[in-house]
Design a binder for this molecule. Sequence first.
Ligand code: SF4
Length: 227
Amino acid sequence: MLKELIDQFYLDKEKDREQNHFYITDAGKCARAVFFKFKNMPREKMEARMLRLFDHGDYIQMQILNSLFSLGIVRASEVQIPPQGLVSGRADAIVTLNNELYVVDFKSMNSMLFRKLEAPKEENVNQIQLYMHYFGIPKGILLYMSKDTSELKDFLVQYNADLVQGLIKGLENLDQKIKTNIVPEQLPDFPRNWQCTYCSFRDICSSAGKGELPWGDFKKNIEKLGE
Ligand code: SF4
C-alpha cells in the first residue's frame, strides 16, 4: 500500500544522485570513498527508512532557522558559496551577533550521540571552515540538535587558514586522481576508522588492497568477479 510507494519514492530519489563535482562535505573525507562515488561504483543500498531520517533532520533544521529569522539576526539563509570551479556547497545561515557576522551550520543527531557530544565533530569543523573561507567570514557556529529531545548545543569555530589550505590541497589532489584514474589508497586504519564503519564501498575497498592502483585494472577485476 502506501508504505511501499513511499519507500520506492525515497529509493528512486537516491538512485538519481550521481556525483560529478565536489561538495563541501567531501573535504577531509576518505579520498577512496569519494573516488568510488565519482566513478559510480555499485554500493550497498541505503534503506528507505534511513533516507527518511535524513529528511526529518532537514525539517528540524528548518524549524531552527525559522526561530533565528524571528529573532531578526539572519542576514542570509541557504547561501551558496561563490563559484570557484573546485567545490560547491550551501551554508545554512549567516547571522549577526553583537555586530559581527557568523556562518552557522546546523547538524542533527539522535539523543544518544547528542549526550556524548563534548566538542564539534571533525568533519563538521572541516565543512564550516571552508564556508568561512569562501565567504571571508572568520567566525562560525556549529549548532547541534537532538532529533528526539529537541535539545541544542552550539560551538564557536574560529577560522584556521592552515586547516583550510590542507583541505583544499586534499581536494585538488583527489581531483587529479579522478582525472588520471588512480584509485587513492585506503585509510591507514581501515577497517577500524569510523568512516569505514558507515562506508557503502567496504567490500570493493577491501578487494582493492591498501595502496593506490590504476582504476582500469581494478575495474576489470571487479567486473570479472561479477560474471
Ligand atoms: S572502507 Fe574505509 S578506506 Fe575503504 S573506501 Fe570506505 S572509508 Fe575509505
